[in-house]
Ligand binder design. Structure first.
Ligand code: 7TS
Length: 414
């Protein structure tokens, strides 16, 4: 398929590039080709402006209400929360908690929910392809409670094994935690089906949506998941801000995560009472500017035709796979039927780190290594992969450049 033939009607990625100042630069004397979006995306000018506007005009602390700036900051912060409610179709602002990102969101559930419900002998299921932040918090909680973290097997092509999952779902399982999309393999997991099966078995479900929200419309009510975690910085917003969605009934029954200001109603040495949702889980001064800028990122995404965007990203992936099939010595890692975002591979006889370095010299940014997913790398018997990961501003020419860069790298290395 030619690059031109593959382009999606109604979606012009090249035009959108001009919204992203960081893409307008040369790296090592070459125009930057940014293919490390699963690590973090670049930010559009509107997001940078929202952050700058907040600090230039409205900067103040929230929920204190003594003066105009504080009122403005509170309004902007709470409006941002409302925007997220609508973005993921939560039921109310009580269900949307601000965190630092996916990692903190998962730790919150592991510390608060898991530690309060798990008993000796209970199980948490996680898929074998999870990011470390959807494994280690559960291990910490399990250790504290005498429970166990059990991996759901993943097949050689990188798909979660549903039949094995069904067998694992017995009465010991209290929680299932799976990624919407694998950051290492790009596998899109059937999270709705996974959730339905878990609920039938009486287990709660957390979906790690770090690599989901940047690529798909997410509707937490349609998914019926109990928790959904994501990071702002992978969906065009700044670092240091993220979201935990939780069903109100569960969040209500959960003990606080961090103690401090904001999360209390009254404090005394006789006994402290806690604030209502969502504030019960938001101790201390939050990342107000980050939340405001995340709302601007939601606006940016929602102004696009997201169906056309998903089709564009799928076409990029197909184009990369077609080219990979014709590239001598390239082995794809992760060949699930449905893949999004991440294109992982190895070049025969070459260490991924060397490929990454030679691509960087040509201005092409990819990630190499285990992608914080050591268990699946171990299963595949590899030290890591080279990973090109796509965002809305990537073009077919970027993929042409990647393969030209790989061809050049090969001449150096082999
Ligand atoms: N879960 C998944 C699936 C991820 O891809 C990541 C980050 C996280 C959780 C953690 O997100 P954070 O924002 O809290 O750090 N993934 C990557 C990556 O693939 N390369 O760098 C970070």
């Amino acid at each position: 398929m030619s690059a031109a033939a593959a382009s999606i009607k109604g979606f012009d990625a090249s035009a959108l590039r001009s919204d992203f100042p960081a893409l307008q630069q040369e790296v090592n004397g070459q125009p930057l080709i940014y293919l490390d979006n699963a690590a973090t995306t670049q930010k559009p000018q509107s997001v940078i402006d929202a952050l700058s506007h907040y600090y230039s005009h409205d900067n103040s602390n929230v929920h204190r209400g003594a003066h105009t700036l504080s009122d403005r900051a509170t309004l902007a912060f709470e409006d941002a929360r409302k925007k997220v409610v609508q973005f993921i179709n939560a039921s109310s602002t009580k269900e949307v908690l601000w965190t630092r990102g996916t990692t903190e969101s998962i730790n919150l559930v592991a510390s608060s929910y898991a530690r309060s419900v798990l008993k000796k002998g209970d199980r948490i299921l996680v898929s074998a392809m999870e990011h470390h932040s959807n494994i280690v918090p559960w291990q910490l909680a399990a250790q504290a409670c005498g429970a166990e973290v059990v991996p759901i097997p993943v097949s050689e092509n990188g798909e979660l094994e549903l039949e094995a999952y069904k067998v694992l779902l017995d009465e010991r399982v209290k929680l299932v935690a799976v990624g919407h999309v694998s950051n290492a393999l790009g596998t899109v997991n059937p999270v709705k089906e996974i959730t339905e099966l878990a609920h039938k078995a009486g287990a709660k479900v957390l979906i790690d949506g770090a690599q989901g929200v940047p690529h798909f419309d997410v509707d937490v009510q349609a998914l019926d998941c109990d928790f959904y975690a994501f990071s702002g910085h992978k969906m065009y917003a700044p670092t240091g801000i993220g979201v935990l969605y939780g069903k109100e009934s569960l969040l209500e029954q959960m003990p606080p995560y961090h103690g401090g200001g904001e999360m209390i109603k009254t404090v005394s040495f006789e006994g402290t009472t806690f604030n209502e949702l969502p504030f019960k889980f938001e101790a201390g001064t939050p990342n107000i500017g980050g939340a405001v800028a995340l709302a601007a990122a939601v606006d940016y995404l929602q102004a696009l035709d997201r169906t056309a965007l998903a089709a564009h990203e799928a076409a990029l992936m197909q184009y990369a796979h077609d080219k990979a099939g014709q590239f001598d010595g390239l082995k794809r890692i992760g060949c699930a039927k449905t893949i999004a975002g991440a294109f992982s591979f190895l070049l025969e006889g070459v260490h991924p780190a060397d490929v990454g370095m030679l691509l960087d010299q040509q201005g092409i940014a990819v990630r190499t290594g285990d992608h914080c997913a050591q268990p699946i790398m171990k299963q595949f018997g590899i030290p890591g992969t080279v990973r090109a990961s796509f965002a809305l501003y990537n073009t077919f020419e970027d993929i042409d450049a990647l393969f030209a860069g790989l061809a050049k790298a090969k001449t150096f290395l082999l």
